[in-house]
Design a binder for this molecule. Structure first.
Ligand code: SF4
Length: 437
C-alpha cells in the first residue's frame, strides 16, 4: 500500500511524532518512525507493518490511494490510453493522456471505404511528433464485422457500437470500447455507460459497479454545449476532488454533425480543455483536425517539462563545406521555428543546438543555460571545424550582447549576430556574401 501523502504528513500520525512509548520500536523493519513514513510515502512499504498505526492514519491512507480517474488501454496494435487524470487544471501538475480522437462511421455506408481511406491518409507533424486520428467509432448498420476488419487493417482503435452480441464477442480480442444495450455480456470488457442526464448517468454507473462491471467509460448524451461542459466539469470534479467512485471513469462525448465546422471546432476545443477523455466526431475535416490536434498537443504537454530536442548538429539540404552554421538552444519551439526556415533555403546549412534544458534563447541565457562556455563546448564536441571551410557561426539576434564573449570562447571563429525573428533567417543568410546561394 502506498499513498499520495508526503513522508512528513504521515510521520505526524506515528508514535515518534506523538512522543509515545512505542516510538521508533523498529517492528516495521525501519530504524525509525520517520524512515518508515518516508518509505510509505514512496510506496516501498505497507501501513500494516506498523502495529501502532492509528485508525486515523489508516483512514487517511485509504482515502489517499483511492483512484481519481481510472486509466484504460483501448486497442491492441496501436493502442491508446484514456483516463488516468489526477488534477483539475493542467497547471496544477499535468494532464496525463491525450484526448482520444475518434470519427464515427456507419458500417453499411456506401462510401465506407472512401471515408476510411481519407481518415487514414490524414496526418500532421508538429514539434517532432506525428498525429493521426486515433479511433473509429463503428456503428452497426449492417456488414458490421467486415467493416470492423477494415478498421483493424487501417490501424485504428475500435469503438464498437452494436447490439449483436455474437459479433461483439468476436471482436473482444481487439480490445475495443463497446457501446451496446446488451452490456451484461461484456462485464470484463471496456463498456460505455450511456445516459442523457447527469443523474441518470450517475445511477447507471453505480448500477454497473454493483453488478461487477470491471471497466467503464461514461457516455453522457446531452442536449447542448452548456449542459455538456457543465456535466463534464461536474464529473471531473467529483472524480478528482471527491473521488466519488461512479464518476471516476473516463468520459466520451460525441459531437453531432454540424454544417458549420467552425462551431464543431470550437466545441471540440472546449471539450479538449474541459474534460472529454474521448471525442467522437460525426464530421471529419482535415483542417479542423489539424487545428484541434495542435491544441491537444499544447494542452497535454507537461508544463513541468519543457519540450526539447536533442543537443546535436542538425543538417538541412545536404550541407557541404561552404554551408552556413547557425547556433540556437534546444527549446523545441525555437528549434522547429529555425529548422523550418533552414529547410526552405535553396542551399544546405548546419544548425548547432546547445543543451539548454529546453529553454528558449533569452530564458536560457538568463538562467545560465546558454553561456559562451556551453556554446564553445558544443561546437567543439560536434567537430564543427572539420565540417566547414569558413569558421563563422550565426547566433540569435537576441544574444547580440554575447558577441565578444563568444569570440573569446570560440577562438578562431567569427561570431555573426543573426536575426531576432526566425522568419528573417533566410533573407539574412542570403545577404551574407560569403555564402553561395
Ligand atoms: Fe514507528 Fe511503527 Fe515502525 Fe515502530 S513499527 S518504528 S512505531 S513506524
Amino acid at each position: 500500500m502506498g499513498s499520495e501523502l508526503s513522508g512528513l504528513q504521515i510521520f505526524k500520525y506515528l508514535p515518534a511524532a506523538k512522543k509515545l512509548a512505542d516510538a521508533n520500536c523498529k517492528k516495521c523493519g525501519c530504524p525509525t518512525c520517520m524512515a518508515f513514513a518516508l518509505k510509505l510515502a514512496k510506496k516501498q512499504t505497507e501501513i500494516e507493518k506498523c502495529p501502532s498505526a492509528s485508525d486515523e492514519l489508516r483512514c487517511l491512507i485509504e482515502e489517499a490511494v483511492k483512484v481519481k480517474q481510472h486509466e484504460y488501454t483501448i486497442g491492441v496494435e496501436n493502442p491508446v490510453k484514456t483516463g488516468g487524470e489526477t488534477v483539475m487544471f493542467r497547471h496544477d501538475k499535468t494532464f496525463v493522456n491525450r484526448t482520444v480522437f475518434a470519427v464515427l462511421l456507419e458500417s453499411s455506408d456506401v462510401d465506407f471505404d472512401k471515408k476510411l481511406r481519407r481518415i487514414k491518409n490524414f496526418e500532421i507533424e508538429r514539434i517532432g511528433e506525428t498525429f493521426k486520428i486515433d479511433a473509429i467509432h463503428l456503428k452497426d448498420t449492417g456488414e458490421f464485422l467486415s467493416a470492423a476488419e477494415k478498421v483493424k487493417k487501417a490501424g485504428f482503435v475500435l469503438i464498437a457500437e452494436s447490439d449483436d452480441t455474437e459479433a461483439l464477442s468476436s471482436l473482444k480480442e481487439e480490445n475495443p470500447l463497446i457501446i451496446t444495450n446488451k452490456a451484461e455480456n461484456f462485464k470484463d470488457n471496456l463498456v460505455a455507460v450511456t445516459a442523457d442526464d447527469i443523474d441518470s448517468l450517475e445511477a447507471a454507473s453505480k448500477e454497473k459497479i454493483k453488478n461487477g462491471y470491471k471497466k467503464i467509460v461514461l457516455n453522457p448524451v446531452l442536449k447542448n454545449i452548456a449542459d455538456t461542459i457543465e456535466a463534464l466539469t461536474y464529473i471531473r470534479r467529483m472524480a478528482i476532488i471527491d473521488k466519488f467512485e461512479p464518476m471516476t471513469f473516463p468520459v466520451m462525448v460525441k459531437i453531432p454533425s454540424e454544417k458549420n465546422l467552425g462551431k464543431t471546432t470550437a466545441l471540440a476545443a472546449l471539450l479538449i480543455c474541459r474534460y472529454a477523455n474521448i471525442i467522437v466526431f460525426e464530421d471529419f475535416d482535415e483542417a479542423m483536425m489539424a487545428a484541434l490536434l495542435t491544441l491537444r498537443q499544447n494542452i497535454f504537454t507537461n508544463p513541468e517539462r519543457p519540450l526539447q530536442v536533442e543537443s546535436k548538429v542538425y543538417e538541412f539540404n545536404e550541407p557541404d563545406r561552404n554551408s552556413p552554421v547557425i547556433l540556437t538552444t534546444n527549446f523545441a519551439l525555437t528549434y522547429f521555428a529555425v529548422a523550418n526556415e533552414l529547410e526552405s533555403l535553396p542551399f544546405g546549412s548546419y544548425l548547432v543546438v546547445t543543451p539548454s534544458d529546453g529553454m528558449s534563447v533569452l530564458t536560457a541565457w538568463s538562467a545560465d543555460k546558454f553561456t559562451a562556455d556551453i556554446a564553445a563546448k558544443t561546437v567543439k564536441k560536434f567537430n564543427l571545424e572539420e565540417k566547414v571551410n569558413r569558421k563563422a557561426i550565426i547566433i540569435p539576434g537576441l544574444l547580440s550582447h554575447m558577441k565578444e564573449e563568444l569570440e573569446q570562447a570560440l577562438v578562431g571563429w567569427d561570431i555573426i549576430v543573426g536575426t531576432i525573428e526566425a522568419c528573417e533567417i533566410p533573407d539574412f543568410i542570403k545577404s551574407l556574401n560569403y555564402i553561395k546561394s
